[in-house]
Design a protein around this ligand. Structure first.
Ligand code: FAD
Length: 517
């Protein structure tokens, strides 16, 4: 027993010495940050908000939040953390608008950089043959739209929701109904300014430091912090014809979607969604949508069947109205939807692009925005979409009303395979997005646990059936799962990590590299 006591005392002494040594080598981290000479400031007190995100399920409290006023504030901070080395275990997360789903923009006992503080840097729109806009990495897309519209211009590729930052969406891909034509947002960037994991400020593009440029695009924040981006623009239309139509047959629905994204499409935007177990469909329909034949439309009964709704948009200017109407009529006549369910509405371009914000305002007012969001986004190869739909819409999801389920195809040729994003190996693949909110419904089917179980069933099915599905906005718990997500690209991904962020300081919330690599 005496021996045990001696051993215990020895161990305590040994570990105390190590702790003292570490503290001597690495003085208290907050105080070391306080010594940095920066234009902005650190907040060590009010940090809880940086441990929240849209997903509302993960919360990691940081030590400090940096409000940078300049790019050099970010570089100084990252360089400092890089210099004090891996022993400190201090990590840094850039936080855009915090609309991640599983803590991706958080840093447990680390530093969160509030990228929106950089917004003050003026946006610069350049007109001419190849118009573009230079923006801060913390800029919201809605602000870019407003600014570029002053010049009659707008970005080409969007997300459905615009209150997200440039750095946040470019770290993933940024996709919406325009992606079939223009590719994701990461295919529409000319140049970036990046602070690497060593604190170096580097400009990169197709021609200059191209490996860093491609690494960062779709790079889940792993290789650098995007502080500036040059985004390609096009002439903005005044108005949008916004069209929806319903299908009962999945094969007919996808055949039409695929027709619409191939070749020279009439439309500027192609999306779609699944309607599960909704009776009285027309009563639920958005009031701003007018059926082409109201009487016939009122007779359409869904009878609780699963339906598929195709959503299209055609941009136009007032002066081209007659021509555009004719063009739309011709294109629609080649589709095979249920004729009575053709709904057409006409809205200003800005209203169309900012459409999800209108829903946000409504949901916020009913306390339904800040609920858990167990979203699941998948890329599915075209050849497997029918097997997927049969099992998922026909079996797993027969009774749910937890949120929209988007489904639309995109063309792989518009994606650059040098970027870091992982997509399926087929010329056409679908985005299927289960955008669930965990609000218990009357059927009791849509609580958080039930949704998570359904998501897992979907993922398990994809795995067992070998569908070659890839997660978009991916989230995994183990490095093994990450490896299989990246597949043959894993080696390049880790090489890029050891080149640009060798101490694995950046974006710890993605949980790809837990320790120093
Ligand atoms: P954050 O959540 O703050 O950050 C996301 C990740 O990027 C984190 O790892 C963070 O560390 C990193 N990061 C942030 N800023 C930078 C930077 N400047 N440099 C480097 N890394 C950085 N996505 C689509 O593609 N299409 C859609 O239609 C779409 N619709 C959405 C609708 C809603 C309502 C929501 C909540 C999300 C939607 N998303 C969509 C997903 C969205 O694109 C991602 O969640 C995106 O990351 C959110 O941007 P953010 O600015 O909030 O980023």
């Amino acid at each position: 027993q005496n021996n045990m006591l001696v051993l215990r005392s020895f161990m305590i002494l040994f570990f105390s010495c190590i702790t003292i040594k570490i503290n001597l080598c690495f003085p208290s981290i907050p105080s070391s940050l306080k010594t940095l000479s920066i234009d902005g400031h650190f907040d060590f007190e009010q940090v809880e908000h940086a441990a929240k995100d849209f997903g509302n399920r993960y919360s990691y409290i940081p030590l400090a939040v940096l409000y940078p006023k300049s790019v050099s504030d970010i570089a100084t901070t990252v360089n400092h953390v890089w210099q004090i080395g891996g022993g400190s275990e201090l990590k840094i997360a850039a936080r855009g608008h915090g609309h991640s789903l599983q803590g991706q923009a958080q840093a447990h006992r680390g530093v969160v950089i509030n990228m929106e503080s950089l917004q003050g840097h003026k946006m610069q729109v350049h007109t001419g043959n190849f118009p573009y806009v230079d923006v801060s990495g913390g800029e919201l897309w809605i602000n870019i739209l407003r600014e570029s519209l002053k010049h009659g211009l707008a970005p080409k590729s969007w997300t459905d929701y615009l209150h997200l930052t440039v750095g946040g969406t470019l770290s993933n891909a940024g996709i919406s109904g325009q992606a079939f034509r223009h590719g994701p947002q990461i295919s529409n960037v000319y140049q970036l300014e990046v602070v690497t994991g060593k604190g170096e400020v580097v400009n990169c593009s197709e021609k200059q430091n191209s490996d860093l440029f491609h690494s960062v695009l779709g790079g889940l924040g792993q290789f650098g912090i995007i502080t500036r981006a040059r985004i390609s623009l096009e002439p903005a239309p005044e108005m949008v014809k916004w069209i929806r139509m319903v299908y009962t047959d999945f094969a007919t629905f996808t055949r039409d979607q695929e027709k619409l994204i191939s070749g020279k499409s009439t439309f500027d935007y192609v999306e779609g969604f699944v309607i599960i177990n909704r009776t009285g469909l027309l009563n639920n329909w958005r009031s701003s949508f007018n059926p082409q034949d109201p009487l016939q439309a009122s007779q359409f009964k869904s009878d609780g069947r699963t339906l598929f709704c195709l959503e299209l948009a055609k941009y136009f200017n007032h002066e081209d109205m007659v021509l555009v109407n004719q063009e739309i009529k011709t294109s629609l006549s080649q589709l095979n939807h249920i004729p009575s369910t053709l709904f057409i509405s006409e809205v200003p371009y800005m209203e169309f692009l900012d459409r999800v914000h209108i829903s946000e305002i409504k949901l916020r007012s009913r306390g339904l925005w800040e609920v858990p969001h167990p979203w699941l986004n998948l890329f599915i190869p075209k050849s497997k979409i029918h097997s997927f739909a049969q099992e998922v819409f026909g079996n797993i999801l027969t009774d749910t009303s937890s949120g929209p389920i988007l489904i639309y195809p995109v063309n792989k040729s518009k994606w650059d395979n040098r970027t870091s994003v992982v997509i399926p190996e087929e010329d056409v693949f679908y985005l299927v997005a289960f955008l669930s909110s965990a609000v218990p419904s009357s059927t009791g089917n849509d609580g958080l646990e039930q949704i998570l179980i359904r998501n897992k069933r979907i993922l398990d099915f994809c795995e067992i059936a070998g569908l070659g599905v890839k997660q978009y906005l991916p989230h995994f718990s183990t490095q093994g799962e990450w490896k299989s997500h990246f597949g043959p690209h894993w080696e390049a991904f880790t090489r890029r990590k050891s080149t640009y962020d060798p101490s694995a300081i950046l974006a710890p919330g993605q949980r790809i590299f837990q320790k120093l690599i």
